[in-house]
Design a protein around this ligand. Structure first.
Ligand code: FAD
Length: 398
């Protein structure tokens, strides 16, 4: 068999899933992740400035199912089904809106739980080697060579591969290098909103709200949402324009007054002390989206996930779409291979054909999801409640 080797840069959600796929198809996989191994972290639930939990949908589950390694079953066992959204008015009235007439639903899962599971799965394949605390510094795709730095020892390392996969997130260095090799159209846009997370603890050992819903407090130009966790807490996220964050200084009671005015029922369940402390301690994240094309260079390099199409989180599809990238690439590689399942057997010409087709067909679809995610922000923060609330607020402002 042809000994094909892939270097994957980034051991996040998409990088770890693609390691599983390449390993299953007979490739030798070398995965490099700049952070230390999250599985060794004592409190590994907060992954940098990202959400603590995520909604995984059919789009993402399909990619897990296709691997046929029992991953979907294991993940469903660790996830909480959210069958609809629960809208909260300022007066605490709750209205349930089912997502689907046939009961299809999305699922809340802990981000670190998911990454840990995928890393464990990838590591269980004998042809996968994982190197944490290794940051990509530069890449020569034509030579199939990447240069990395061990962030703990400072040592410089070189790795060789037939194919370099950039799953290194929105600020991808692989994408930067790709730009130097192909005529890439590229745009990166920050939206005017940021976010801050708050945790809502269990009440008397039980969920403080109905866990079978994604909770939303839509308030026109800003909103609060909450997703359930297995420990019966909820993670609440406040999305708001930066100029509004700026008017609420940490360390005083302004944030409590803000919650009292707009989310009084949530304030009661989170607790004033908690709201004040978490607003002061928790990072405020910015939100942006990226569109670019093409995603590939010859048969030498490809970008997947946020590296190719970071999106705002309001559609809950960033990771799901990244998982779909991995599934889609696998489908195309198998189609081009024609016979058998070991894509490590692809000839150079076949690999080129597969990557070209991937880029040409995937980029328009990913761009469409990026747009849908943007549209859904308006939907979530205002349209779901109709215009009565916004109109009233407008009149109040007159
Ligand atoms: P990342 O998760 O960014 O992983 C990239 C990895 O590459 C990281 O581990 C990083 O350390 C590593 N890396 C970076 N540079 C280098 C380098 N030079 N060398 C080596 N390693 C490197 N998506 C959903 O589907 N559902 C949701 O409900 C959802 N909610 C979200 C809520 C919020 C608040 C946010 C901000 C995002 C949300 N998303 C959601 C989007 C989701 O988080 C991303 O789409 C997903 O994390 C992308 O995965 P990735 O592996 O492509 O990139």
């Amino acid at each position: 068999m042809t000994e094909r080797c892939v270097v994957i840069i980034g051991g996040g959600l998409v990088g770890s899933l693609s390691a599983c796929y390449f390993a299953k198809r007979g490739w030798t996989v070398k995965l490099y992740e700049k952070r230390s191994d999250i599985r060794l972290a004592e409190h590994g639930h907060l992954v940098e400035h990202r959400s603590i939990n995520l909604a995984i949908s059919e789009r993402g589950l399909s990619a897990l199912r296709r691997l046929d390694l029992g991953l979907e079953r294991r993940i469903r066992g660790l996830a909480i089904p959210m069958r609809g959204r629960m809208l909260h008015t300022v007066h605490g009235r709750q209205t349930s809106q089912a997502y689907d007439a046939f009961g299809r639903h999305i699922n809340s899962i802990g981000r670190s739980t998911l990454i840990r599971l995928l890393l464990d799965e990838a590591e269980s394949h004998k042809q996968v080697s994982m190197h944490f605390s290794h940051e990509l510094i530069s890449a020569d795709f034509d030579a199939g060579r990447v240069a990395l730095k061990n962030t703990e020892s400072g040592e410089h390392v070189t790795a060789h591969a037939d194919l370099v996969v950039g799953a290194d997130g929105a600020y991808s260095r692989v994408r930067q290098r790709l730009m130097g090799k192909v005529a890439m159209n590229y745009s990166q846009t920050y939206i005017e909103h940021g976010y801050c997370e708050f945790s809502m603890p269990p009440r008397n050992g039980a969920f403080a709200m109905d866990p079978s819903h994604l909770h939303i407090w839509p308030r026109g130009s800003f909103m609060l949402i909450a997703l359930p966790n297995l420990d019966r807490s909820f993670t609440c996220t406040l999305f708001m324009p930066w100029r509004q964050f700026d008017t609420i200084k940490p360390g005083d009671d302004a944030i409590v007054a803000f919650f009292k005015a707009h989310f009084p029922d949530a304030l009661e369940l989170i607790g004033e002390l908690h709201v004040r402390a978490e607003y002061e301690a928790n990072p405020k994240g910015s939100l942006m989206y990226i569109k670019c094309s093409p995603y590939t260079y010859k048969n030498k390099a490809i970008i997947l996930g946020d590296a190719a199409h970071a999106m705002v989180p309001f559609y809950g599809q960033g990771m799901n779409c990244g998982f779909e990238d991995v599934e889609f690439l696998d489908r195309i590689m198998l189609k081009v291979l024609g016979d058998g399942e070991q894509t490590a057997m692809l000839t150079d010409a076949q690999l080129l054909c597969a990557l070209d087709e991937y880029s040409a067909t995937r980029a328009p679809d990913a761009s469409a999801i990026v747009n849908l995610a943007l549209d859904n922000y308006v939907e979530m923060r205002s349209k779901v409640v109709g215009y009565a609330y916004i109109f009233r607020k407008h009149l109040e402002g007159l």
